[in-house]
Ligand binder design. Structure first.
Ligand code: ATP
Ligand code: MG
Length: 426
């Protein structure tokens, strides 16, 4: 690289600046609080895993594994991959630590994921997911419980009016295999109408043809056989029971029999929450049931259900919305320090106040300067009050309180009364 070329972040991998972290923290705290209120516990997995894990779980013939993974050989020659999603790692961790066999578990996770996609609004190469997984429960009550949880997230974040739930069932493995045959023969008859991608998919992963974004391919699918015609009684009952629970709880959904999901491990219930407010990147949350995955990754057969949501897409939806205005500013009070005596005393006093009012966000001015300069900084910090400490104040054992956001005379306040004033700011 040329010596003077400015160093830049990798394309599609964003900094999250202090002006944005407020809203991120607000979103993250809603997500983790709601998950724990439903009995889910946090699990943290490594960001790098062996490449084989993702190939075996997500599936060799998927967008992610075929073209989106950051895969490299480490110095030992082992093939490693930056995780493109969390479910595979979560299952791996569950098996490795003996948490899944004959047990029920509810986990949530949050963190960066990596996919080599074309960066655009709502689509990045490093992005962040929040996800949760429930293990050991085969019945549709957990499907409903988790979908209700997602619905609560949108209400808590204030975006429920802008999202729609789409629902489908992919049936059991056997049902899907029978359907696959019927679909392939339907597609073979219409091969000329398909695009290159769909022609290839038709042989490797025919269900993915159903969610092709190409309108011409969608037209060709108009009379295609329906997966639901291949459902046995159990699958039908499972799906009906889920729908009945959502109906009873007043959660609206749209049945979408083209919804197949881009990962191979799903069976039965799949769902997506979509929005029209983000352009092409309309899916904010997606998940479903994966009863075969644990066994596929070497554990004892254990049913699973989970979802992941994209935090960037939520943040984009929330930007400019009213919810953001409620986020507290960075600082409650700002200490202005004038004079040599005050310089020495200020830290001591501020530390006492921080001890006495542990949640106060108190910023001490550093770097010197006159009153005007320091008050300017105080204003910029978002603080409601400035506590002015000069040598005269020290002599009188008091501070001068200046109100920065309301019309109120400044007043002198004895040191020992400062904590109670600070408590009122929180
Ligand atoms: P898409 O259809 O948008 O590519 P996907 O089906 O690949 O999504 P999942 O693997 O199900 O997505 O991931 C769950 C969620 O993670 C998505 O609904 C989305 O909100 C988010 N997400 C996925 N890929 C990206 C990305 N490259 N950048 C930002 N968010 C993403
Ligand atoms: Mg994708």
């Amino acid at each position: 690289m040329a010596k003077n070329k400015a160093l830049q972040a990798i394309r599609g991998m964003n900094d999250c600046l202090p002006s944005e972290t407020n809203i991120w923290q607000m979103v993250e705290s809603v997500l983790s609080r709601v998950a724990s209120n439903y009995g889910f516990a946090e699990i943290r997995m490594p960001i790098v895993e062996s490449t084989a894990l993702f190939k075996r779980s997500i599936g060799e013939v998927t967008d992610i594994v075929e073209k989106e993974m950051y895969t490299f050989d480490d110095l030992n020659g082992d093939s490693l991959t930056l995780r493109p999603e969390g479910t595979a790692s979560c299952v791996r961790a569950g098996i490795q630590h003996g948490l899944l066999y004959n047990q029920e578990q509810r986990f949530w996770y949050m963190g960066p994921m990596f996919r080599h996609e074309r960066p655009q609004k709502g689509r990045y190469r490093q992005f962040h997911q929040f996800g949760l997984e429930a293990f050991g429960i085969a019945t549709p009550d957990i499907d409903a419980e988790i979908i209700l949880l997602t619905s609560r997230l949108w209400r808590e974040l204030g975006i429920n009016e802008f999202v729609t739930l789409e629902l489908n069932s992919l049936g059991s493995n056997d049902e899907r295999a029978n359907y696959r045959e019927a679909l392939v023969s339907y597609l073979t008859e219409r091969e000329a109408l398909l695009d290159e991608d769909s022609k290839r998919r038709m042989h490797t992963n025919p269900l993915r043809v159903l969610d092709s974004k190409n309108p011409q391919v969608q037209d060709a699918l108009a009379g295609a056989p329906k997966l639901s015609d291949y459902f046995g009684e159990e699958t039908q009952q499972h799906f009906d029971s889920l729908c009945a629970r959502l109906d009873a709880a007043g959660v609206k959904y749209v049945l979408n029999d083209r919804l197949v999901r881009g990962l191979d491990y799903y069976n039965r219930t799949v769902f997506e929450w979509v929005t029209s407010s983000l352009g092409a990147q309309g899916t904010i949350c997606a998940g479903g049931r994966y009863d075969g995955l644990v066994e596929q990754l070497g554990g004892k057969a254990t049913p699973g259900f989970g979802f992941a949501l994209g935090i960037e897409r939520l943040v984009l939806m929330l930007t400019n919305s009213e919810a953001v205005a409620d986020v507290r500013p960075q600082v409650d009070a700002y200490v202005v320090i004038l004079g040599d005596e005050a310089q020495v005393k200020a830290n001591e006093l501020a530390e006492q106040w921080r001890d006495q009012v542990p949640n106060i966000r108190l910023q001490c001015h550093c770097g010197g300067g006159n009153m005007k300069k320091q008050l300017k900084r105080a204003d910029k910090s978002g603080a409601k009050i400035a506590l002015i400490l000069g040598d005269d104040e020290i002599a009188q054992q008091s501070v001068m309180v200046k109100y920065l956001r309301e019309q109120q005379e400044q007043q002198s306040l004895a040191f020992e009364k400062v904590p109670s004033l600070l408590s009122e700011l929180i």
